[in-house]
Design a protein around this ligand. Structure first.
Ligand code: MG
Ligand code: ZN
Length: 222
């Protein structure tokens, strides 16, 4: 047991070092990077689809799609004319800093202002692996229920924003948005909570507004 913990600590440290290198590289090229995490089906790809056209007017965008298998999501992003790299983790349930390091080598960072990483669909371990992004975003959707913050607190502790998607389904659900807000803020009072429907586009402007403000801030803090 003792030894197992030690091994895990070392993996964590090695990952953090690579994450730091990633961040340095991103800053060197003036790229703002966002790490999108959340359950399968929460709407991470849909959120990107809903916002990339608008962001693309003023920013050159690249996307990394992390998946266990398939390139379905990457194909959806590619259809928008965005430069996308698919990483198939071969069964691993999160992206590590090392995978992002490889991805950064793939892109010509001189041609990128904004990088989105769609992490593997999972509310647990992506939170334990810093990838070097400037901001971490959790996407949950209303049908997942209002108990997610209390059940997966680590994810919320390390995030900068929480996007609650599928607002359009609220009338059909027994889900208490206030509970989500309150519990999430109890875990992390700096969390920006943005409620959206990728389907009706309700709230998408607020999401894009938040992204733009963070892009400015990450540039200033370089
Ligand atoms: Mg997806
Ligand atoms: Zn994992």
């Amino acid at each position: 047991m003792e030894r197992e913990i030690k091994v895990l600590e070392n993996i964590g440290k090695a990952n953090d070092l690579i994450a730091e290198e990633n961040r340095k590289l991103l800053d060197e090229y003036g790229v703002s990077a966002f790490n999108l995490m959340g359950s399968p089906g929460s709407g991470k790809t849909s959120l990107l689809e809903a916002s990339l056209a608008d962001l693309g007017k003023n920013h050159r965008i690249a996307v990394v799609e992390g998946d266990l298998a398939t390139s379905y999501d990457a194909e959806r992003i590619e259809r928008l004319g965005i430069d996308v790299l698919q990483i198939n983790t071969g069964g691993m349930c999160h992206l590590e800093a090392a995978s992002i390091s490889k991805a950064l080598n793939h892109f010509d960072l001189n041609e990128v202002d904004l990088l989105f990483v769609e992490n593997v669909g999972n509310l647990v371990c992506p939170a334990f692996f810093n990838i070097g992004a400037h901001r971490n975003v959790i996407v949950i959707s209303a049908p997942e229920g209002d108990d997610k913050p209390v059940k997966y607190p680590v994810m919320f502790m390390n995030a900068d924003a929480l996007v609650v998607n599928k607002l359009d389904l609220i009338p059909y659900l027994d889900v208490n948005l206030d509970r989500i807000r309150q519990d999430a803020l109890k875990i992390n009072n700096k969390l920006n909570i943005i409620e959206v429907s990728c389907k009706t586009r309700e709230g998408i402007e607020s999401w894009i507004g938040w992204l733009k403000s963070q892009i400015e801030e990450s540039k200033r803090s370089e």
